[in-house]
Design a binder for this molecule. Structure first.
Ligand code: SF4
Ligand code: SF4
Length: 91
């Protein structure tokens, strides 16, 4: 599902122009998506200057666990690299 993060939206209207389905409109100065019209083409995702448009995807528990594992590895790797740099500077 494509969603607008309303707190970030400044009502510039760029997403409205990008949508071939006329699924987006400004209501009270904030963009809203009519989910009945949206066909998930994702054309609106790249145009928002505030990154207020996101695609929400359902993921399974095992996919989430994999993603967390991968992020943990990256974080551990970064910590190792920072520690090596710190050691090099102190010698
Ligand atoms: S995903 Fe496509 S159809 Fe849906 S709101 Fe964005 S531009 Fe319109
Ligand atoms: S492009 Fe972004 S900031 Fe502009 S109206 Fe759409 S959601 Fe709001």
């Amino acid at each position: 599902m494509i969603k607008i993060l309303e707190d970030l939206c400044i009502g510039c209207g760029l997403c409205i122009e990008s949508c071939p389905r006329q699924a987006i409109s400004l209501i009270g100065g904030v963009a809203k998506i009519d989910q009945r019209l949206c066909k998930h083409c994702c054309l609106c995702l790249g145009v928002c200057p505030r990154d207020a448009i996101i695609e929400e995807k359902a993921i399974t528990k095992s996919e989430l666990a994999l993603e967390i594992g991968s992020l943990k590895k990256k974080a551990d790797n970064l910590v190792d690299r920072i520690e090596k740099i710190r050691q090099r500077r102190s010698t």
